[in-house]
Write a protein that binds this ligand. Structure first.
Ligand SMILES: [Zn+2]
Length: 301
């Protein structure tokens, strides 16, 4: 999940791609880089995963099942992003649409969540959809196995179940811009009352975890595990995303400090010493958190 108007370095993940459909006035886009992802998935399934899970089928069968599994994978990612997008729409946010690209999917939100609760629900919706799909995949595989279905069909549903579990767990890593990072941001916003500070803290954590990911990827490469390259790519995407969100939050914080608002006026010259008053007056500018009024009552400065 990404917020809109990202800086230049996030362009690939934010461009709409070719429109392949629409849902509730949101466009569903397919960026060309998603083809790279799809081809890699088919090759990996045909050459490695399926022969290991269910040996002794012909290559033609592996290719056919790999194509179905990859379509299921794209469908799973789409449903994950739709989870974010629908909850965001219901919370009153403008959602431009969803794009599938090299590293999965991205929901293009035009505006930010207005409350930490909305932020949490929008972020959690995607992994929640993936967990439900994982359970459906697992249950279908178990049922098919019980009724004696062909082992490669069982393997297809088991794979889809596992891939959705993986999607949920990966996205729950608390590294902005991943969903877990947004949940962390919503929690810090709820706890401390400041959205921008929460974004900056979550972005710092995201960058730190990004470095951990790069380290893991390097260890994988040295150990001869080919997916190390993919791990480094994902980790660097997380770091770039975290850095650009941090810069955007810092810029907004600067603007907020310069903007003459009544809250700043009261803050400086004294005003109604009634903490609750700053809340619920967003048109006066970004309301300062109630907590800071309690710690530094304006009249005592
Ligand atoms: Zn997500």
């Amino acid at each position: 999940m990404q917020k809109d108007s990202p800086p230049e370095d996030m362009k690939v993940s934010s461009s709409r791609g070719r429109t392949i459909g629409s849902f509730r006035s949101m466009t569903i886009g397919f960026h060309w880089s998603a083809l790279v992802f799809g081809v890699l998935a088919v090759v990996n399934l045909t050459g490695v995963i399926l022969p290991a899970l269910v040996p002794s089928y012909s290559t033609a069968v592996y290719v056919a099942v790999a194509l179905l599994a990859t379509l299921g994978l794209f469908g799973s990612i789409l449903l994950h992003e739709l989870g974010h997008a629908v909850v965001a729409q219901n919370a009153g946010l403008e959602v431009d649409g969803i794009t599938l690209w090299l590293l999965g999917g991205v929901a293009r939100l035009e505006s930010e969540a207005q409350t930490p609760g909305d932020g949490f629900r929008i972020a959690a919706a995607g992994p929640a959809v993936s967990i439900i799909l994982a359970m459906l995949g697992g249950a279908t595989a178990a049922t098919l196995q019980a009724v004696g279905a062909s082992s490669i069909v069982v393997a297809l549903f088991a794979y889809l179940g596992l891939i959705n579990l993986g999607l949920a767990l990966f996205n729950l890593i608390p590294a902005l811009p991943l969903d877990g990072g947004r949940i962390t941001q919503a929690y810090l916003w709820h706890r401390d009352g400041d959205r921008l500070d929460a974004t900056i803290a979550a972005a710092k954590l995201g960058r730190g975890l990004g470095w951990v990911g790069v380290g893991v990827g390097l260890v994988q490469l040295f150990a001869g595990i080919g997916t190390g390259f993919w791990t480094i790519l994902l980790a660097s995407f997380v770091m770039r995303g975290a850095n650009s969100e941090r810069r955007a939050a810092e810029r907004e914080k600067k603007r907020r400090a310069q903007r003459p608002t009544f809250t700043n006026f009261f803050d400086r010259f004294g005003g109604p010493g009634h903490p609750g008053q700053t809340k619920g007056h967003p048109w006066l500018g970004e309301p300062i958190p109630v907590k800071s009024w309690e710690e530094h009552p304006p009249l005592s400065r």
